[in-house]
Design a protein around this ligand. Structure first.
Ligand code: NDP
Length: 452
């Protein structure tokens, strides 16, 4: 289902492909942006002459380092650590750390590139970065996770700081890991600063940060539906993943009157036709966050739930789909199944979960489709609010942060409408809106700062 690219986009992508062929996820992320931004830049000569997009695809700086640590058996373990400092035109580098065996330079560069546009959309002064390691926290003891985090931070602390680069969590990096990382930073630098976000509430964390990405994604879906004259209430929702983003997307969607019928992990998915209500979600949070178990156990604990080993949930009939697990988890075939089953809205909680073929299906069928850089920006937005609270040595209430989060998601939606609404209809191309909206602020800052 390949579609021909605009000749200017093709020319740009040929060069990207030739140079970065060994980084497929990065090339994929660049192409999604280039399809919108190359034609936009052709019409806006100042960006073209200054080669803004060509500069944006090259990180300002990349660190790759050895992370040696000792496991519980006393054996030496070696992992690779990374930090990509992608763009600091509008603020300090900001973006999460991912600990997962699949982590490599291509995946982190795609995430860092996306992060630049996302952070710009939040309206807050944050540049873009991303980092992580091929370390797998799954199956490791708390002691091993701590040893790894301490070794990782021993190198990373040389390159980050509250005013230069502020990491946060991502896949495999939750409250436990952020706590260990912060402890080691403080020990080595002798500074108590907001150098990481997603911290515990006792040491500078913000209320609503754990909830922010999932809640924000649901707020965004609600905005899209409302703008289209519909509502979220009463809708059946299919969610993938069962980690941080998926859990709080499930919570907020349920609170707003929708019925969430699936969650998943990398082993399979559960289908609960009765809906995953607050009580059942509490079971999942305990299972995944404390016992670190598998989603399969949910099907064993509740009546009427089916478990599908090795499958993804996109075949389940729904009105709204929220992919909240990982990149490229929803392909063209799955997208066609969703559309055929009546799905009218897809809001991405994960980063780049839809393949280019899937996006093509959503666009062809003109359903409401929000790319992650718009719909999952709530997490980094509240990280930005955590940085503000740390700098000012204050703590806002949960209501205050949730209110600000909602306003930011509404503002991102308005930006998408501004740049993405079709001239003679109410249809909004959210891919176009998010990419141009995110690009303009960074591009103007880069123009103002000269050739750096
Ligand atoms: P978690 O580690 O908390 O959860 C990840 C979930 O996705 C788990 O259920 C995991 O299953 C599943 N998963 C991970 N890798 C795969 C895979 N290769 N195939 C199938 N399932 C997989 O991560 P988060 O919830 O924080 O992140 C989820 C997504 O949201 C990521 O794309 C992340 O980049 C994005 N995101 C996160 C933000 C945040 O604030 N945390 C902010 C913005 C975006 P299993 O337990 O089996 O590994």
């Amino acid at each position: 289902m390949e579609t021909a690219l605009d000749p200017k986009v093709q020319e740009f992508m040929d060069k990207v492909q030739a140079k970065y062929a060994h980084e497929p996820e990065f090339v994929q992320a660049v192409q999604e942006v280039a399809e919108v931004i190359v034609p936009y830049v052709e019409e806006n000569k100042k960006y073209k002459d200054a080669k803004i997009l060509e500069r944006m695809i090259v990180p300002e700086r990349v660190f790759i380092f050895r992370v040696p640590w000792l496991d519980d058996k006393g054996e030496y373990q070696i992992n690779t650590g990374y930090r990509i400092q992608m763009n600091s035109a509008i603020g300090p580098y900001k973006g999460g750390l991912r600990f997962h065996p699949s982590v490599n330079l291509s995946i982190l560069k795609f995430l860092a590139f996306e992060q630049v546009f996302k952070n710009s959309l939040t309206t807050l002064p944050m540049g873009g970065g991303k980092g992580g390691s091929d370390f797998d926290p799954k199956g490791k003891s708390d002691n091993e996770v701590m040893k790894f985090c301490q070794s990782f931070m021993t190198e990373l602390q040389k390159h980050i700081g509250a005013d230069t680069d502020v990491p946060a969590g991502d896949i495999g990096v939750g409250a436990r890991e952020v706590g260990y990382l912060f402890g080691q930073y403080k020990r080595l630098r002798d500074e108590f600063t907001g150098v990481l976000t997603g911290k515990g509430l006792e040491f500078g964390g913000s209320l609503i940060r754990p909830e922010a990405t999932g809640y924000g994604c649901v707020y965004f879906a609600e905005e899209m539906l409302t703008f289209a004259g519909d509502e979220l209430k009463g809708k059946t929702v299919v969610i993938s993943g069962s980690g941080n983003v998926a859990q709080y997307a499930c919570e907020k969607a349920t609170q707003l009157g929708a019925k969430v019928v699936t969650l998943s992990d990398s082993s399979g998915f559960v289908y609960d036709p009765n809906g995953i209500d607050a009580e059942k979600l509490a079971f999942i949070m305990e299972l995944k966050n404390v016992k670190r178990g598998r989603i399969k156990e949910y099907a064993e604990a509740f009546d009427g739930v089916e478990y599908y080993e090795g499958e993804k949930p996109w075949g389940i009939k729904c009105d709204v789909a929220m992919p909240c697990a990982t990149q490229n988890e929803l392909n063209g075939e799955a997208a066609q199944t969703l559309v055929n089953n009546g799905c009218i809205c897809v809001a991405e909680g994960a980063n780049m979960p839809s393949t280019p073929e899937a996006i093509h299906v959503f666009e062809q069928n003109k359903i409401l489709y929000a790319p992650g850089k718009a719909s999952n920006a709530g997490g980094v937005a509240v990280s930005g609010l955590e940085m503000s609270q740390n700098s000012n040595r204050i703590a806002w209430t949960a209501e205050e942060v949730d209110y600000k989060l909602k306003l930011i998601m509404q503002s991102i939606h308005q930006t998408c409408v501004k740049y993405g609404k079709e001239e003679h209809s109410d249809f909004v191309d959210y891919v176009k809106g998010a990419n141009i909206g995110g690009f303009v602020k960074v591009a103007d800052a880069m123009l103002a700062q000269g050739l750096v």
